[in-house]
Design a protein around this ligand. Structure first.
Ligand SMILES: *[C@@H]1O[C@H](CO)[C@@H](O)[C@H](O)[C@H]1NC(C)=O
Length: 209
């Protein structure tokens, strides 16, 4: 009995003195470091820093890709800062597509909760891995690899993607090529596409030059 009490007491004093940092809610106004944002003072942290209702509703799919990606990365959801985890909601209208893209900073685990999604990635060895997923199915996309998701049914599809990083990043290949001011001549030289095709894609995606 005495021993048990002493043991419990030593545990209590240990936890009182151990400087384990439980969390680091992002201070979005502070500097961003390779390890994430700096921490909000613990005294100003509330439960709402660890809760987000941002994924309750479908994103707006009235756009050229007929899809919406709603991220809950550290920037949108400061509570995940430093925890190596985050999530996003994916809404795909009929005909919707998330074009070829990568998350440079994290692995992705996709869970389909509605409809049908044809998803795939291309490995560094240029192997293609494609599968049509239905409600309840999951697929993993290794960090940094190009991948895509396409609505594969006649109904709206919904999926949730979790990431092994609070800041996985998102780089869309088509946007990198055709939605900025990278000169058409360079796009043509690096893709082997002809001038008319590059100009047409820039016109559709909002690129210049
Ligand atoms: C969805 O986006 C379109 C195009 O930007 C816009 O016209 C429309 O009002 C938006 N719908 C909602 C419900 O926000």
């Amino acid at each position: 009995m005495i021993h048990t009490l002493l043991f419990l007491f030593s545990l209590l004093t240990f936890s009182a003195h151990a400087a384990v940092q439980d969390f680091c809610v992002a201070d979005l106004k502070g500097p961003q470091t390779p390890a994430g944002y700096t921490c909000k003072p613990a005294g100003t942290v509330t439960v709402d820093d660890f809760v987000s209702t941002g994924l309750r509703f479908a994103g707006n799919t009235s756009n050229i890709i007929k899809a919406a990606v709603t991220p809950e990365f550290a920037e949108q959801f400061p509570g995940v800062n430093g925890l190596g985890i985050s999530i996003a909601r994916l809404d795909l209208a009929v005909g919707g597509v998330v074009p070829m893209h990568t998350h440079p900073g994290g692995n992705e685990l996709l869970l389909v909760t509605q409809g049908f999604v044809q998803a795939g990635f291309v490995s560094s060895a240029n192997e293609v891995y494609v599968k049509t997923l239905e409600k309840g199915d999951i697929m993993v996309f290794p960090q940094g690899l190009l991948h895509f998701q396409v609505n594969a049914g006649g109904v709206t599809a919904v999926a949730f993607a979790s990431f092994s990083s609070a800041t996985p990043g998102l780089q869309i290949l088509d946007f990198a090529l055709f939605a900025n001011d990278l000169p058409s001549k360079l796009v043509e030289a690096t893709t082997f596409l002809d001038d008319a095709t590059v100009k047409a894609l820039k016109a559709v995606l909002g690129g210049t030059g």
